[in-house]
Ligand binder design. Sequence first.
Ligand code: HEM
Length: 505
Amino acid sequence: MVVVVGIATLIILHSIFKNFVSHTKIKRAPCPFPVWPVLGNLPLLGKLPHLSLYKLSQKYGDVMELKLGSISTIVISSPNRAKEVLQEHDLVFATRPRSVVLDMFTYGGKDVAWAPYGDDWRQMRKLCTSELFTTKRLQASKKIRDEEFSCTMREIFEQCKDAKPINIKTMLHKTILNIMTQMLFTKRYFIEDGFYNNKHEQFNDFMTKLMHIGGTFNISDFVPYLKPFDLQGLLPQARKICMEMDQFFDKIIHDHMNEKRADGSKDLVDVLLSLPPMENSGDRLDDNKIKAMLVDMLLGGVESSNTAIEWAFVELLKKPKIMNKLQDELDHVVGHERVVDEDDIPQLEYLQAVVKETFRLHPPLTLLIPHENMQDCEVGGYHIPAKTRIFINAWAIHRHPSAYDNPWDFNPERFVGSEVDLKGTNFELLPFGCGRRMCAGLPLGLITVQMGLARLFHSFTWKLPLGENPQDIDMGEVFGVTTPKAISLQAIGIARLPLHIYASR
Ligand code: HEM
């Protein structure tokens, strides 16, 4: 009897002790104040969430837990903690939270970027690496990029003659969109007689709206019981965009199935149409999967590169010595009798440093794409329950004092001779993310930014319109799918190569 009572007492004590230990072990990350009823911390995000969250991290630390509406959200703001999430617990954090509007745009998450982690995502992601973004395919599309940048050079050259200011963002948008649409479906969207026009307004119109609505912070994603009320009126707009987009993509698919190109060349839609089905039905990949991939590539591929190039322009205008040094390198490696070629990039070390420094201070996706954890996990000693939303604040990480001296200063020299690359192995520089969900289009995005800058600064030197001072350039940002400059930059190009070079391209 005594033995039985003794054993029972030991069991009870053990379970009390275990509970006590597990309770004291569970430590939640600090939560900023105030937490409002219904909205939680949402009002703290303001118009520029990456900046507000950076400021909060100065007070609450590198791992914070916010209540956004009813959604628990962890914000990571240092390289070490990013390494824990994206490398040590890569698999646990490999899924994405749902978003009402992006679900509509991506045919219910049939794409890669917004798809939940699972077999469908794995297969689509494999397609990206084995079929769509291979080195061979990137090499094959070199001519497209070369011709598009040449076309842009000619346009700038014409405007140079009257010293006309050029809207850098609008000009690059046309160039990069043309590169993407040519690679995807062999069509240019802004060209007539060698110069751009706005002939394809419908396409341009829904692309602009897609970017805008896709990047809007939707309250329904954070306070799910408000979903039926759609307080911001996003759903009718999203439905209209989806309808127009769907018709547009249907026509592209239809044309591709019915017209074979005389030269036998294949664009990315041809490749997608030639792939076997993932399900056991049909004889090829489901149309919605193809369309969802097109959305990813148009949404992800155009604005991110454009945003980066515009910010580089701003920084180079503000620091003419850096612009001169970049141009000296270009002159030394390329000379004045030809334009820059993609094969020159490995020799252009200072250009690569300028690009890294631009991505550091101005990561186009300031909070990457949100991640979500599939299981409970611990980061920085804090417990993170399953299904928590994760924001990796790349904008804050890139300014972390543990990684950079004078982090607010634009100084490409810091990357000259440094081993830090953009491939997601250095957690102090993560503009393309890292791990399983890192950018699937990195090589294309990177070469577009490098070539864009190389071509534009080798062929022209740049100054602000008369009376404007570089130090007064407005540095305001707008938060959306990407974080571009709020007021687009206008600059005047001055030709710096012999005239026949512009004419011959
Ligand atoms: C300068 C250019 C670009 C930047 C800065 C950029 C940045 C990013 C970032 C930060 C992510 C999310 C990573 C994460 O959540 O951890 C991402 C994902 C992605 N990007 Fe890019 N990107 C660029 C260009 C492109 C291009 C050109 C394409 C394709 C044409 C592309 C396709 C994708 C896709 C499909 C994903 C989703 C990957 C997944 O969830 O598995 N991106 N990108």
